[in-house]
Design a protein around this ligand. Sequence first.
Ligand SMILES: NC(=O)C[C@H](N)C(=O)O
Length: 331
Amino acid sequence: MKKLLLLTTGGTIASVSGANGLIPGITDTEIAGYLLEQNLGCTIESKALMEIDSTNMQPECWVRIAEAIYESYCDYDGFVITHGTDTMGYTAAALSYMLQNIAKPVVMTGSQVPIHYENTDAGKNLVDAVRFASEDIGGVFLVFDGKAIHGTRAVKVRTRSYHAFESINHPYAAFIEEGEIRYNKSVSLLRGDAEMKLEVSLCPDVFLLKLHPGTKPELFDFLRCHYRGVIIEGFGLGGVPNQGRSLVRKIIELLQSGIAVVMTTQCLEEGEDRTLYEVGRLAAGELIISSKDMNTEAIVPKLMWALGKTDDLGEVKRMMETPIAEDITIH
Ligand SMILES: NC(=O)C[C@H](N)C(=O)O
């Protein structure tokens, strides 16, 4: 019989109605109790790690989750983490980088409606997550509304609907219907032989900038003084203005100051490629990091993880552009 560890962090799934709106208040034992009643053919132990709306998640919280998994890694066959949906994509990606070579399933889930409410999606998501965490697979996944998504590929695309998450720029890992898991044959779920490594020295000094027509170049002077990494969500394939309020010189100044610059796109699908247009190429310097088809939810923690390891911009670029846990599929 498989032995699973349920780690709870809060989120809507564990929320109750408070004086100022929904707030986490349901304990890990209550959530585990619900699962045990379903007789899923596994044993489940639980531990509360935090009790927060995921809006309040910080990189330090990701580290606590990763450490909790690492500390109990040998004692369990799989892990289920309940988490708010709003930043679950970031946490799933962060865990994918911090838990290198993980050979057991780490399955994140949550809900759009609290577990004690009528019409809640919590029950289905929890049961599906436990089923997926009982499989002989390795990696970090997000299970929601009958779909299993690689941890580096989950994006919350709907604020209220049950089908809140999509797998962006990558096939779904599996579909879960009435307890049956149907794997997508084209994706890798293999357990590696390498030893699991915990890599939790993150550098949180990372800024994510979404450009808009009229972004002021002066903003970059502040970024240069306060951050070690800047991710720029450019237009289309990754263009940045080179006329009017041109940002080209400011980006070069960032690089000259030893700041890692990652170019990505505001478009949800199909990734960045700065070679097609002049507005993409002009911003290109030797050291600009291409995000290819990585999602923003993965780029942010990956850059924190890479900058946590080294100051060498060439090395940061190499790490960022190397595919990890299915985060990049175009080359
Ligand atoms: N559905 C949810 O879980 C949303 C909630 N605000 C959270 O992210 O914690």
